[in-house]
Design a protein around this ligand. Structure first.
Ligand code: PLP
Ligand code: COI
Length: 358
């Protein structure tokens, strides 16, 4: 199905080994990429695995002007002798929903999974082995018709690149600090909050800069209508643990429906925890963290996995959460999730997808 174009000068094994020692997040890239084109006339065609190289893109390409672009984030893990993907059909389904929201053509699941598998097979030597590491996969699609009228484009490029990854946050497993944005919101009812489109991230960057200026790692976005309800972070969903054992996460709607979020909800329900997908307001978060009713808070996502929140800051105040240290529920949910992903724990829901190797 995928035509293979030989790389003229792939990275030498010793250089690759050096880059895999501590790749961090999003800086190291493998040698190849998968591409598939779509045009109104021919539909999906020209599926290839070839050298990772710059695109030739017309300066009038619609993505450069109107940001018609979507993406996904997923990981391939070493697991025993094999390689697994975690719930890749969920990424394919979300990618399809994002495409529909951005008026883009829907890539069939078998092509989405086929591209991921073909690239992972090609780049198998780039999957880091260390605990906490994986090969991060970034499928994305953009409009590349040269046309300046504002309408859905008639030509698109789908691509997958791969990037060996270790911890997302520089501090590793240290609890993160969050900045509560009081002047920016991420999504509004009827907007694109539930889609994974580049524009959502572009509009979050100035708030993220403020967070960094305040000594924080990520932004907490509140809802656009009342500016009161906790939605999510710039790139992660939020969970709260209360002293009566309840686990709460904001409901779906304007937030990104995280696959990590859905998996944690299932794992917590499996344990018999009381789980609520219910709104939580920022004043309650501050008060509950101060009183000790809120015992833990954590952020989760593919890139960040599960990250304890140690503190929140806002204009004129700050409050430690869970005494500033990671709590036991956070630790054990992370251990269970990553244990399943690495093939070290039973996978009762059949979440792991084995990549068949050559
Ligand atoms: N929310 C946002 C805004 C994100 O960018 C991400 C990351 O993909 C998530 C939540 C978590 O989603 P997932 O668990 O599917 O990676
Ligand atoms: C992911 O977790 O895959 C994302 O896309 C979020 C981003 C912070 C890298």
């Amino acid at each position: 199905m995928f035509k293979f174009l030989t790389h003229p000068a792939p990275t030498a094994a010793d250089e690759r080994a050096k880059r895999l020692i501590d790749p961090g997040f999003g800086r190291v890239f493998t040698d190849h990429m998968a591409t598939i084109r779509w045009t109104e006339a021919d539909g999906w065609h020209d599926a290839q695995i070839g050298p990772r190289q710059p695109f030739q893109i017309d300066p009038a390409a619609s993505v450069l002007h109107y940001a018609q672009e979507i993406f996904e984030g997923m990981k391939a893990y070493r697991s025993g002798n094999g390689v697994t993907l975690f719930r890749p059909l969920e990424n394919a389904a979300r990618f399809a929903r994002s495409a529909e929201r951005l008026a883009m053509p829907v890539l069939p699941d078998d092509l989405f999974i086929g591209a991921i598998e073909a690239l992972v097979r090609t780049e198998i030597d780039w999957i880091p082995e260390q605990e906490g590491s994986s090969l991060y996969l970034r499928p994305f699609m953009f409009a590349n018709e040269a046309f300046l009228g504002v309408r859905a484009a008639t030509e698109y490029m789908f691509c997958v690149i791969a990037s060996p990854a270790s911890a997302y946050f520089k501090g590793g497993a240290k609890p993160v600090k969050l900045w509560v944005s009081d002047d920016y919101t991420r999504a509004a009812p009827g907007g694109t909050g539930a889609a994974k489109c580049g524009g959502n991230y572009a509009s979050s960057l100035v708030a993220q800069q403020q967070a960094v200026a305040k000594g924080c790692d990520q932004v907490v976005f509140l809802d656009a209508a009342e500016h009161r309800w906790v939605e999510e972070l710039g790139g992660m969903n939020m969970f709260f643990v209360f002293d009566d054992g309840t686990l709460r996460t904001p409901p779906l709607g304007t937030i990104l429906p995280g696959i990590t979020r859905a998996s944690i909800l299932t794992l917590a329900r499996d344990r018999g925890m009381t789980v609520e997908e219910a709104p939580y307001d920022i004043d309650s978060w501050k008060a509950d963290a101060a009183s000790g009713r809120l015992t833990e808070a954590f952020a989760c996502g593919t890139a960040a996995v599960v990250a304890a929140v140690g503190e929140i800051r806002w204009t004129g105040g700050e409050q430690a959460v869970g005494g500033g240290v990671e709590g036991p529920v956070t630790t054990s949910l992370r251990a269970e999730l990553t244990g399943i992903q690495r093939g070290e724990r039973p996978d009762p829901h059949g979440w792991n997808h084995t990549v068949t190797l050559g």
